[in-house]
Design a protein around this ligand. Structure first.
Ligand SMILES: NC(=O)c1ccc[n+]([C@@H]2O[C@H](COP(=O)([O-])OP(=O)(O)OC[C@H]3O[C@@H](n4cnc5c(N)ncnc54)[C@H](OP(=O)(O)O)[C@@H]3O)[C@@H](O)[C@H]2O)c1
Length: 325
């Protein structure tokens, strides 16, 4: 039986859930692929390498540790994609496979990192970066062969979805934020969500991978929900609509554009039914028309599954002797 050595950077909610899932499926994986997995490093910011030296930082491990696959699960920096980009570059430059759930690197440096992986004969996988484990990138890559993606749109931010829903019930913003924090729907600092930065990061990641956009989130035409008032919500309702923060990307005259903005969505439209932490994405292609996928009420297991599915993909590609593009 072969053993694949894993180095994990970041051991928070996603990292813990992924490790638990891998343990739960160890027997099934051994049976299916004659393969076991061993964590050689697990790095946090405050404690260093939990399996090695507390002085080893994420970049030390990415550069020097003896691993086969780097699992990058450090927090998102939507403005720069760092330090995750540096961690990934360090691993890819050594020919190591990389899996990340962090959309920062995909929104800021996708093309460079994908090229680096190709040149060094290793895999760079990132299914979890948009809609957790929902197969978005894999759907297009594996299933929609020879389809050209011409447009993507969706509702991809749960915090703003939650806030707009509560506003419909007439609650004031400060009360909504307080309640949202209490139930874990809203970050301590929700500005990145409210002002549309998180959505801009997600649409950029999608456009970079699916439409070869080579964009960064600051190039997205972005408007958040900060100016939406109860009066706007009531106005929308009087017209048979709800307000939703919608992400869109399309190609025009050979150039890819991205936009995030609140929109009036008719109650008869599928997007009006997306509530709470659920999300929706429509992908329009030349050969298969418009396909829409909904992720309903995701939990941390779906995040863990995204990372897990990328790892399984690496094992299968190695079995088949395939190098990921
Ligand atoms: N949670 C989800 O459902 C979900 C879904 C999709 C994608 N993601 C992405 O997955 C990643 C991890 O999310 P999470 O929810 O697990 O975050 P989290 O619970 O906040 O945990 C982050 C972990 O990263 C560590 N860390 C922070 N900076 C680091 C650094 N420079 N070097 C090494 N470790 C560092 C933290 O260590 P300390 O505790 O010592 O600070 C902590 O262990 C993020 O990029 C997130 O956007 C998460």
């Amino acid at each position: 039986m072969q053993t694949i050595k894993l180095a994990m950077l970041g051991y928070g909610n996603a990292g813990k859930a992924f490790k638990d899932l891998l343990e739960e499926k160890a027997e099934a994986l051994a049976e299916a692929y004659d393969t076991s997995f061993e964590f050689v490093s697990i790095v946090t910011k405050s404690k260093g390498d939990l399996l090695g030296s507390p002085n080893d930082t994420a970049i030390d491990v990415a550069q020097n540790a003896d691993y086969d696959v780097l699992i990058e699960l450090t927090p998102l920096n939507i403005m720069t994609g760092q330090p995750a980009i540096s961690h990934i570059e360090a691993a890819l430059s050594r020919g190591k496979d990389v899996i990340t759930a962090n959309k920062g690197p995909i929104a800021h440096a996708y093309k460079r990192l994908a090229k680096m992986a190709q040149q060094n004969g290793c895999s760079f996988l990132y299914e979890t970066t948009v809609m957790d484990g929902t197969p978005i990138f894999n759907l297009v890559h594996d299933t929609l062969k020879f389809c050209m993606v011409t447009e993507v749109s969706g509702i991809l931010n749960s915090t703003t979805n939650f806030i707009l829903e509560e506003m419909e019930k007439g609650f004031p913003m400060d009360q909504i934020l307080e309640q949202g924090r209490a139930i874990g729907f809203v970050e301590a600092d929700p500005l990145m969500d409210i002002e549309g930065y998180d959505s801009a990061g997600k649409i950029t990641a999608l456009l970079n991978v699916l439409m070869d956009a080579e964009m960064t989130p600051d190039q997205v035409d972005r408007k958040g929900i900060e100016e939406i008032s109860y009066k706007d919500i009531k106005d929308a309702a009087s017209k048979g609509c709800k307000i939703k923060l919608v992400c869109k990307g399309w190609r025009e005259h050979g150039k890819v554009y991205g936009r995030v903005a609140p929109e009036y969505i008719p109650l008869t439209h599928l997007y009006s039914t997306i509530n709470g932490t659920s999300s929706i994405l429509s992908i329009t292609t030349d050969l298969m028309g418009k396909l829409t996928i909904i992720e309903e009420d995701p939990e941390i297991l779906q995040t863990a599954y995204g990372v897990f599915s990328d790892l399984v993909r690496i094992v299968e590609m190695e079995e088949d002797g395939v190098i990921e593009e």
